[in-house]
Design a protein around this ligand. Structure first.
Ligand SMILES: *Cc1c(COP(=O)(O)O)cnc(C)c1O
Length: 416
């Protein structure tokens, strides 16, 4: 086989003169999940782009080496700039965000959040961060960012357009998470984006709960949208990966900072995540349908004080949710009656729900959540202890039976 018989770089013509997600080919999101990033030069005649595992690319000549240094986009250069496996996944994620300029991949969701923030913030800047943020996001703000001279104010996730009153001369960025992945408040993202745009402030959204399938963030005016691909994209609880998809105005800064930080997602993890992505739409639909049925069932149980699921008509975020989202995913909260003892009894005996961090996999998980421990701007006022459920692909009737037995254990130890 000749050295040039496989050409993963193509001739570069496909890239020229257009931004990746502006294809205008009319394909719907569910189709894009299947077709995205599968360029013939990357798949080489098979269906899935193979795993290109490499640090070193070999050049034919010094002249070629020198020329490549000036143009590395979708060209093999050095392992840290990736290879077709990562380019393909990044392009597929970009294609799910109409209007986006590009996607950078990271070895975890937290790494993605860190790179996105570091690419936008400088010493003296202020970050406005939702008080409902994922707790490692808070640690980043109060730890590393603070050490490098960036201050953070946490804001009430229900603030909406009122965020305009918090934007000061030093405010440079707003980090949203909607719904909050622990307490499920839905934010008025369009109102916050409008207030930010009016003052030249950059908006970032941790969109892991909805994914671009249920909330196309760039189209809604968000500048940088972040996914923990570890969750629904990979979908099988065996990969750590993250991504940031950027609007054009932020794309160059994001790439530059991410490269300076030395960020790279491994080809094996990118390959697994791309494999997961192909079934994400059907997994989300099936898991969301089960989750809603289970949430409705839980809401009717006497041991349950409140179910935190924005697709339920009684949920405080329901109106914003139906206005802005194309559907729900399969992660929600349950406020129990009683105390921690009952909660522990419920969780400890679950047979089908795993007890563990993370979510978004094909299997169901449960977790105790204690938001009062870390929140500072607002005190969540729940009537009892909170648990979080990630609903998987098991038969929902079996999951309900597992939860029924758990509620019986709760009642027994609470002496009711
Ligand atoms: C899990 C999670 C992250 C972090 O992702 P990792 O891949 O675990 O680092 C970020 N945001 C949200 C909302 C998450 O649930």
């Amino acid at each position: 086989m000749g050295r040039r018989s496989i050409d993963p770089q193509g001739d570069g013509r496909r890239d020229r003169g257009r931004r990746l997600s502006d294809k205008g080919d009319g394909r719907r999101p569910r189709t894009r999940v299947v077709t995205g990033g599968r360029r013939p030069e990357w798949t080489q005649g098979i269906v899935n782009p193979p795993v290109w595992r490499a640090s070193t690319h070999l050049y034919e000549s010094v002249a070629e080496l020198r020329a490549r240094g000036r143009d590395t986009h979708h060209k093999l250069f050095y392992g840290r700039r990736g290879a077709p496996t990562q380019w393909s996944l990044a392009e597929a994620l970009t294609e799910l965000e109409p209007g986006a300029a590009g996607t950078f991949l990271y070895p975890s969701g937290v790494a993605a959040i860190a790179a996105a923030l570091l690419s936008m913030l400088s010493p003296g800047d202020e970050l406005l961060c939702t008080d409902s943020a994922y707790d490692p996001t808070r640690s980043l703000a109060t730890g590393l960012l603070k050490r490098f001279g960036v201050s953070t104010r946490f804001y009430d996730p229900l603030i909406g357009g009122g965020i305009a009153g918090l934007i000061g001369p030093q405010t440079r960025a707003i980090l949203m998470e909607s719904p909050g992945s622990l307490t499920f408040e839905v934010q008025d993202v369009p109102a916050i984006v409008a207030a930010a745009k009016a003052r030249g402030v950059v908006t970032l959204l941790d969109n892991t709960w909805a994914t671009p399938l249920l909330f196309p963030a760039i189209e809604k005016g968000v500048d940088l949208t972040i996914l923990a691909g570890t969750k629904y994209v990979a979908g099988h609880s065996d990969v750590m990966i993250g991504s940031v998809t950027a609007a054009l105005a932020c794309w160059d800064a994001l790439q530059e900072t991410s490269r300076q930080l030395g960020q790279v997602a491994s080809p094996d993890d990118a390959w697994l995540a791309a494999r997961g992505l192909r079934t994400m739409a059907v997994r989300l639909e099936a898991q969301a349908a089960s989750a809603l049925a289970i949430a409705q069932w839980l809401a009717a149980q006497p041991e349950v004080a409140q179910v935190l699921h924005p697709a339920l008509p009684g949920d405080p975020g329901h109106a914003l949710f139906t206005r802005d989202f194309l559907g729900a995913s399969a992660l929600f909260g349950v406020v129990l009656k009683g105390g921690d003892k009952g909660r522990v009894a419920l969780l400890d005996g679950l047979a089908l729900f795993g007890l563990g961090y993370s979510w978004g996999g094909y299997e169901s998980l449960a977790l105790p959540v204690d938001p009062a421990r870390y929140r500072t701007a607002t005190k969540p006022d729940f009537a009892g202890p909170l648990i979080r459920l990630s609903i998987g692909l098991e038969d929902p009737a079996d999951l309900i039976a597992d939860l029924r037995a758990g509620l019986d254990r709760l009642r027994a130890v609470e002496g009711r």
